[in-house]
Structure formats: structure tokens, C-alpha cells
Design a protein around this ligand. Sequence first.
Ligand code: MN
Length: 456
Amino acid sequence: MIELVAGGASDVGRVRAGNQDSWSIAERLWAVADGMGGHRGGEVASRMTIDVLAERFDDHTTAALLEVARTANEAIYERATDETELRGMGTTLCAMALVDTGAETQALGVINIGDSRCYQWRDGTMTQITRDHSLVEDMRAAGQITDAEAAVHPHRNIVTRALGIQPEVRIDAFEVVPATGDRYVLCSDGLFNEVSVDRISATLRRLADPHEAASELVRQANEAGGRDNVTVVVVDVVDATGAAPSPGGSTRDDASGRSPDMAGITTARRPGRRSAPDGGPRRAAKEPRVRLRLVSWRTFVFVIVLAAILGVAAAAVGWYSRGSFFVGLDRGQVTIFKGRPDKVLWFEPTVEQRTGIAAAQVPAASRDAVDAGKVLSTRAEADAYVAEMRQMICSNLTHGAKPEPGAPGGPTTTIPADCVVPTPGRGATTTTAPGSSVTTTVPAPPTTKPPVTTAR
Ligand code: MN
């Protein structure tokens, strides 16, 4: 017979003004939500999610857990639509629950949306069992960047899916068969962006108590910089009949450890796991129990197939939204973007190259197209489009100069070989283009790829 014991901790970190993470440890449900959105939005969205889970999760199946998360999505979406100051708020959610699978078996149902994670620590090995819904994870999965590059990528906080952003959401769901000794870590990105998986694993090996382990991991994230809110929930699968690695008490159905305090480290734990030492009646019926029985092969195959279908669907959306380029305006400058100007879900376009062409210089014929974002299917086409625009501007400059007929330098319709479109206010230097009498301006080399505006 096994039993589940959990501990958790959360902290604002060392940089952020408020803690937008929310979390809970309940009877048989554990969750971490990382809110996003300006003002109070992120905090409201993550808290709403945790509250809806706590109130609505009573049919103990993974399907029910998914349904509750969808309910939270709708609630956040509606509130974000109604209240101006909360517009655009959203949240990640990573939740795990003890679920019934029928035929007297129980499993751990896991759901995930966004970039909070669930790790399984088994036999000393850490495995990330959720997949992030983030731009960087898509790039990593597509082989565009390595694991190491993904871990430090400047855009790693852009999520591609979250609760509350769209009226409908796709949420990953799967089940795990727990084994005695397993530890599960649910955490916000404030942990794994600061503390390596190896170090998390070492900490789990060292500290057997889930509450102590969670608090220590939060401390390590702060020590490493604490650049984001950090939340950690550790759920241990312990042997209910024999010696367990963590201390005990009786399992009470008391209040969950929902982040009650936004300032400073907030921690909470399950009161323990065993009967009182006086031998009083155990509240066995209320204790989460898991019988160790393998999920049938049919279920296993079904989950694998479902995961594959979800993966293909996600890849297709990603391909559609990330597989094209467009030329648009950013910071008053013509810019080549990767992505789509209409922004599919949370696939934010990223800056490929700043061209140095000021918005005011865009030829009238191209102005509407560039304003809306001129979509082109390849980078080469985008480059060609910009090159053509440059030529039109150069040509106009040459025409506009109106030199004297017969002036040195030949016909004025010739486009200067090195005509460079000037960028005002960028430390430009003035020079005279050879082969014409036109004075043109050579800008300082445009800086490429500054960080795009991030979602959080
Ligand atoms: Mn975060």
C-alpha cells in the first residue's frame, strides 16, 4: 500500500514586485499556476485557476481534471473580457491528481498547459514528464536549437498556450503509474530557469521531507538570482505500511496550502501521513491510497496514441504560425519578422532583422502592405521585398535631387550603386554616392535581433 505526501513553497523572488504564482496542496490534488498579464492580471488568473480546481474537482478522473481546467479557462477568459484592467491575463497550469482508472486501479493524472513543469524523480533520475508549450520548446523540438541553447534562450518566457487567453484551450493530459519512492516536482519556471535539473535531483536525494525539499529548492532559486517568482510542490509516493523517508502525523482533510501570503516565502505542508501516536482511529477512508497495479496495455497504447495526435496538432499549428515571414513596422522601422502578423494563439512573431528603413520612408505604394504586415513564405522573399523597397526609395532620392542637366555624374535616373537608405537618429554620417551628384546618408549598421517584447 502506498500513500502520497506533499509539501510546497513559493516566493516572489528577488526581482519581481509581486508573486503571480499560485499553488495548492489538497487531499488528492496538487497544482502550480504561473500567472501572466500586467497589473494584477497574472495574480488573479493563477489564483482563479487554483480556486476553481479546489472547488470543482470531485469526480476523481483525469477527464474530470481536464474539464475543471477548461472551466477555469472560461472563467478567466470571461473576466478578462469584462474587466479592462485584467485584459489579456492568463496563466499556466501544471496539476497532478490521484485518479481512479476503473477496476480498482489508481494512477496519477497529470494535466499541463504553458511552461510550468512536472518532473518525476525515480531511482535517483529526474525526468521531465510534461512538455512545455513555449516558443523555445517548439524550436528545440524542431531541432533548431539545442537543449543547452533552449535553457538560456532570451525568449524562453514566451508561452504558446495558456489558460484564459482564448475561449477554448488544448491542455495536455496523461496518467502515470506511481511507484513507492517516486517523488514528483511541480514547479513554475522560476525554479528550472535558475536551478539545474542535476541540482534539483541532488536536493531531492538529500532532503527526504517534501516540505523541506520544496523550501530548499525555492531558496536555491533565489540564491541563483531569483529573477522570477518561484513555486515548488513536491509530492512523494511513500510506503504506507513500512518505514518512510519522511516524518508523519495523521492525514487530515484540512485546508489546502494555497498560497496564502504574497509577501515573503510562503510554505505549507500536508500535516503528515500516519495515525496519531496514541493509536487513535486512523482516518483511513480519507487518505489517498494507490494500489500498485499496472495500467492495462490498451490504456497505455491509447495514451501514447493520444499524445502523438496532440503532438502532431501542436506541430501543425506551430508550423503554420512560425513557418512564414512578414515585413512590418516595429519601433518606427521596417522590420522582417518570423511568424504571422495576425499572431496565431500565443505564437508571437519574432524579429528576424531590422532593416534600418524608417517608417516615413516607406514608398506610398507599399505603405498599406507594410502597415498590415506583408506576409511572405520564405526569408529570401522577405529580403527581396525589402531590397525592392530600398531600390524604390533610392530611386526616388535620385529623382528628387534634380541636378542640373549635364551635370557630372551622368543621368539622374541611375540608382547609385551603394545607395543606402538613411536612418534618422542613428548616428548617421553623410557621404556622396559616386556616380551621381546626390547626397545620401549612410546609417550606422542597424542592430539586429534585439529582444522582442515578451509575454511575461
Ligand atoms: Mn514564471
